[in-house]
Design a protein. Structure first.
Length: 98
């Protein structure tokens, strides 16, 4: 089963610019080898359930090293018999646009 995830994760109480913390989480995702897309409000990535959940945990662990409070939003689309959801879902909508 392929799992498409969108993760938003950042600490609270660390000032106005949170991009250094977000970059640390994105580095974890990038280092996983999974296909991913960085967005303005979250990072999407795709893999099997165990791998995706392991990556989410590693992102949390990375920030918890020096952050006392972490805000995390996780959206999951799990589909049997489907692969490459990260690209095909977006392309399907693009094909329907005028």
């Amino acid at each position: 089963m392929s799992v498409l995830a969108e993760l938003s994760i950042f600490p609270l109480g660390q000032g106005l610019s949170l991009s250094p913390y977000v970059a640390r989480a994105v580095e974890v995702i990038k280092g996983s080898g999974l296909n991913y897309t960085l967005g303005a409000m979250g990072t999407s990535f795709e893999g099997d359930w165990e791998t995706v959940m392991s990556v989410v945990d590693r992102c949390y662990q990375e920030l918890s090293r020096d952050c006392d409070r972490i805000y995390l939003v996780l959206k999951i689309d799990a589909a049997k018999g489907r692969d490459d959801l990260l690209d095909t879902k977006v392309e399907s909508v693009r094909q329907k646009l005028p």
